[in-house]
Design a protein around this ligand. Structure first.
Ligand SMILES: *Cc1c(COP(=O)(O)O)cnc(C)c1O
Length: 418
């Protein structure tokens, strides 16, 4: 363990400047959140539970005003009833399209779960966009950037919604900065008015000083058990954008004409407020954990994306282990160092919807929360682990040490004595 401590301490020393930069961003974003809470006069009455229809639910309505304020949009839909990121995205795709129209993805194939929603997967579930007569086109990234020319060429007279994904998801590609959507947005708004640009913002919130809506995105969508929930929100999703669009999307969630007026929450709204207040800090803890992990494995000779010296657009860290036993040992180390379910031992298993077996480590307070420290990877060449989250940097650092220890114990990895 002594050698492992040395390795971690050295990486940590090499990262001091980057840590300082990330913490400066945390202060700026915390100030924005605080200013927004003050602007809307958040107080205990906003935390109170509601029942029944939830008309005039001040806790819910004020949270939505704060979300809109932080993203610089006209309106927001922020609900515990939006059960996940996929649900928020699905609501948005259905809300923003009509039969006969087409959706165009400008960042390659979208996240796995969305492929079923769209109906591009092997199996098309009933009720998919495809079944509803909504078409789908897709343009790949070029050299890790949005290919605006190719996207424009792929626009048809039926295209009404262009979608783009900020985070890498489970692909070895760069994640996109908020400003990376600017040229695409400008092309759409100047030459194809009427088409909307939606950005899947999952894992990106608060990582930088601004968000895709500051650079022309009409709609931003994400999950509350990722960044903006701050590790405290128990469930939920959000969509921010123009008032008329948010209204259409809310009609999908509740019913046409009822929209955002409806929806009570019999538990307290406090965790959503407190989570949002914590989010810039929690995201910083996750970013520092990711950076440390990248640096440590680079120093040990592994390829990482993003590399430690690169600016980050989201909280995901990918490490290419090259050997199945290393990927499994890493995930097992992360699991045994978790505050919840530390006794579980992850093994590769068949997951519905995936071609390869997957190994997963998640010992989180909120089930499935990936703003909490978690790691996983498909059991196929080149055995990449995707790691994200960490409620505290200290925990991230301890877990990394234990994962390294487990990798050494398997005998699959060696480190030289200094
Ligand atoms: C997490 C995520 C989603 C939504 O996933 P849920 O598990 O449904 O919350 C969508 N897109 C990306 C890029 C994601 O990272």
């Amino acid at each position: 363990m002594n050698r492992i401590n040395q390795i971690i301490r050295q990486a940590e020393q090499e990262l001091q400047e980057q840590f300082a930069e990330i913490e400066a961003n945390e202060e700026m974003r915390t100030r924005q959140v605080l200013d927004s809470f003050r602007k809307f006069g958040v107080s205990y009455r906003h935390f109170a539970p509601t029942t029944g229809y939830g008309y005039d639910d001040i806790g819910r309505d004020t949270l939505e005003k704060i979300y809109a304020d932080l993203f610089h949009t006209e309106a927001a839909l922020m609900r515990p009833h939006v059960a996940s990121g996929t649900v928020a995205l699905s609501l948005t795709l259905f809300g923003m399209t009509k039969p006969g129209e087409r959706i165009l993805s400008a960042t390659g194939m979208p996240y796995d779960t969305l492929q079923s929603v769209i109906g591009t997967g092997k199996k098309t579930p009933p009720g998919s966009l495809k079944e509803m007569g909504i078409g789908f086109d897709c343009v790949e990234l070029k050299d890790g950037k949005i290919d605006v020319e190719a996207a424009e060429a792929a626009i048809t007279e039926k295209t009404t919604l262009i979608i783009a994904q900020r985070s890498r998801g489970y692909a070895w590609r760069p994640s996109l900065m908020p400003e990376a959507f600017e040229d695409l947005a400008e092309m759409i708004h100047t030459r194809h008015p009427g088409i909307r640009l939606m950005v899947d913002n999952c894992y990106g919130e608060f990582v930088r000083g601004d968000e895709p809506t500051d650079h022309g995105a009409d709609l931003c969508v994400g999950s509350l058990i990722k960044n903006p929930g701050g590790g405290i929100a128990p469930t939920g999703g959000y969509v921010v954008g123009r008032r008329e669009d948010i209204e259409r999307i809310a009609y999908r969630l509740t019913a046409p004409s009822l929209g955002r007026e409806l929806g009570s929450y019999a538990a307290s709204y406090r965790p959503f407020y407190q989570g949002l207040f914590m989010a810039p800090h929690t995201v910083t803890q996750a970013l520092k954990t990711a950076l440390l992990t990248a640096r440590v494995f680079e120093n040990l000779g592994f390829a990482t994306t993003p590399p430690a010296n690169e600016q980050r657009a989201d909280i995901i860290q990918a490490i290419r282990f090259g050997k199945p036993e290393l990927l499994v040992a890493f995930c097992q180390g992360i699991q045994t160092a978790s505050p919840v379910d530390s006794m579980a031992m992850p093994e590769p298993w068949d997951m519905p919807g995936y071609d390869d077996q997957v190994v997963m480590a998640a010992g989180t307070f909120v089930a499935g929360a990936s703003i909490e420290l978690s790691a996983d990877g498909p059991m196929r060449e080149p055995y990449i682990a995707y790691m994200q989250g960490g409620l505290t940097y200290t925990h991230g650092r301890i877990a990394l040490g234990e994962a390294l220890n487990r990798m050494l114990q398997t005998g699959a990895m060696k480190v030289q004595e200094s």
